[in-house]
Design a protein around this ligand. Structure first.
Ligand code: DX5
Ligand code: ZN
Length: 219
C-alpha cells in the first residue's frame, strides 16, 4: 500500500502557518492533518473550521481532519464546507457511528474512524467495511509531543489482519509520538498513513519530511 505522511499542524508555528504547510507539501507530504479538539472529548482546545477555511488553496494536499470532539455529527457539514476531504471521528464520541459515517459519505467526503488507546480494535468490527480509513491513536488524544504507546503496534497488526481477512485494503492511519526513529516499526505493523506533528514541525521541516520520504521508499 502507498505510504503517506500526514503532518499535524497542531505542532506548526501559526505565525507562519502557510509557509510551513507549503514546505511540507513541497517535500512530499501528501496529506495535511488537522487535530480538532473541543475541550470536552479531550482536555485541550485547538482550532476549527476558520483555520481550515483560511488555508484552502495553500497547497494541493489532502485535508485530513481528525475530530476529537463530542457528538461530531453536528459538524460534518461545516467541515465539508471548510474544505475537509477526509473526516475522521472517534468511535467513542458517537451515539450512532453508522449515522455519522452515512452523513460523511452523503457530504462527499471519505470517512475515518478513530479509536483511543484503551478501545480494542474489535470494537470496529461492525463497521469494518464502512470506512475508507481507520485511525489508531498511539497516544492519549489531546496533546502533541507525547511518547508513542508501544502496545499500539499490536493493535495495528490486529486491525490489518481483520481487514485482510475481509479482503479490505482500507488505510490504517496512526497518530501520536511517531518519529524517524520508530516509524519503520509502525509501517511494518501494517499502517500506511503516518501522522507526525513534532517530528515534522520541530527543527528543519523540509529535512524532516524528506527523512520520512526516504524511509517510505525503503519499504
Ligand atoms: C493528539 C494529537 C497528536 C498529534 C501528533 O491528540 O493528535 O497525536 O496529532 O503529535 P506528535 O506527532 O507531536 O506526537
Ligand atoms: Zn490527529
Amino acid at each position: 500500500m502507498k505510504k503517506i505522511l500526514a503532518p499535524s499542524i497542531l505542532s506548526a508555528d501559526f505565525k507562519v502557518l502557510g509557509d510551513q504547510i507549503r514546505t511540507t507539501s513541497d517535500n512530499g507530504a501528501e496529506y495535511l492533518h488537522f487535530d480538532v479538539m473541543d475541550g470536552m472529548f479531550v482536555p485541550s482546545i485547538s482550532f476549527g473550521m476558520p483555520v481550515l477555511q483560511s488555508i484552502q488553496g495553500v497547497s494541493s494536499q489532502v485535508m485530513d481532519v481528525h475530530l476529537m470532539v463530542t457528538d461530531p455529527i453536528r459538524y460534518v457539514e461545516a467541515f465539508k464546507e471548510a474544505g475537509a476531504e477526509i473526516l475522521t471521528v472517534h468511535l467513542e464520541a458517537c451515539e450512532d457511528i453508522q449515522a455519522v459515517l452515512d452523513k460523511i459519505h452523503a457530504c462527499g467526503m471519505k470517512a475515518g474512524v478513530s479509536v483511543k488507546p484503551a478501545t480494542p480494535v474489535d470494537a470496529l468490527l461492525p463497521i469494518l467495511d464502512q470506512a475508507e480509513m481507520f485511525l489508531i491513536m498511539s497516544v492519549e488524544p489531546g496533546f502533541g509531543g507525547q511518547a508513542f504507546i508501544p502496545e499500539s503496534l499490536d493493535k495495528i497488526r490486529a486491525l490489518r489482519a481483520l481487514l485482510n481477512e475481509k479482503g479490505l485494503d482500507t488505510d490504517i492511519e496512526v497518530d501520536g509520538g511517531i518519529y524517524l526513529t520508530n516509524v519503520r516499526e509502525v509501517l511494518d505493523a501494517g499502517a500506511n498513513v503516518i501522522v507526525a506533528g513534532s517530528a515534522v514541525f520541530k527543527g528543519n521541516i523540509g529535512e524532516n519530511v524528506k527523512g520520512f520520504m526516504e524511509i517510505f521508499k525503503e519499504n
